[in-house]
Write a protein that binds this ligand. Sequence first.
Ligand code: DAS
Length: 364
Amino acid sequence: MQTPFNLGRYLALAMLALCTATAQAKNEPVAPAVKLANIRILATGGTIAGTGATSTTTVGYAAAKVGVDQLIEAVPVLKQVANITGEQLFQVASENMTDEYWLKLAKRVNTLLAQDDVDGIVITHGTDTLEETAYFLNLVVKSRKPVVLVGAMRPSTAMSADGPFNIYNGVVLAASPEAAGKGVLVCLNDQINAARDVTKASTATLDTFRAPELGLIGYMQNNKPHFYRLSARKHTVDAEFDISNLETLPKVDIVYGYANVTRAPVDALVAAGAKGLIHAGVGDGSLHNAVKPALIEARKQGVIVVRGSRTGNGIVARNGEANDDELDSVVSDTLNPQKARILLMLALIKTHQTSDIQRMFYTY
Ligand code: DAS
């Protein structure tokens, strides 16, 4: 029995043949595959790698337990947005960060970014000192390629853990051409902050990373970055600091100002070998009468003194609450004490001239 002739089927096949012949005749390119950026994830520990006893444990968990492969496996969609490779550089809760870890991380970042097959880096890091590591890298990374630090406020085992989505956003940001040349970036909670201006502002909330007065620089939304401003200070390839041959960093410490303070902390830190002191003063960097003589003596022993503020925002004005010219001290400008410490550490590698160091505080 013959198969009944099906005109519709015949016409469909004829149209298909015609379209194929036309495309081949026009030699139309096949839709090019989108070339994905090569992003290296450097894992260092922290809560993002933490584990808790239950899905509702968000304090009292163990940080720095989960390895980089497991962090990547928790975000399967990553392979759709970048070619991902992971590396466990070290595994610490970031309250235990050290100069040795910083130098190891910075050297690894610079080595990787010098490679043509690395387009950007995401660093997973504890939140406690994330702002410090970010600012240190902002001053010593020698590339315009994106470097993005991400962390989490809930451990990986928690319900609605924020780590996986922060890693996803961090990789999308690092893979975005518009992230290049903007300095080291911090990306949590759908927000993009500049390394220089961001600080951890809350002990436990998901929106803890803020730049209270200077503000964030953009948002992550709908799988891409949206930038609205930039930090005005120099960074990365425009910075003058080189750590490539360093194994240690100068010892710089911080003393806190408060009512009824004594000179004891200053004297103790100078005796312990501090080469620089950041004074986190009350208000506009004011010095208590009990502390000023200790700082004058420290300066006479060659210690560089920076007048900062415990307020966390605003400019510490030179020759404002103290005569810096007379004290031969430096003012921190708008850097918080923990970031002023980092800049002074790097400055002391190059110079002990207070005028040159003050220039650096007005530059970075
Ligand atoms: N455990 C602290 C740290 O590693 C907290 C955190 O990561 O959020 O910094």
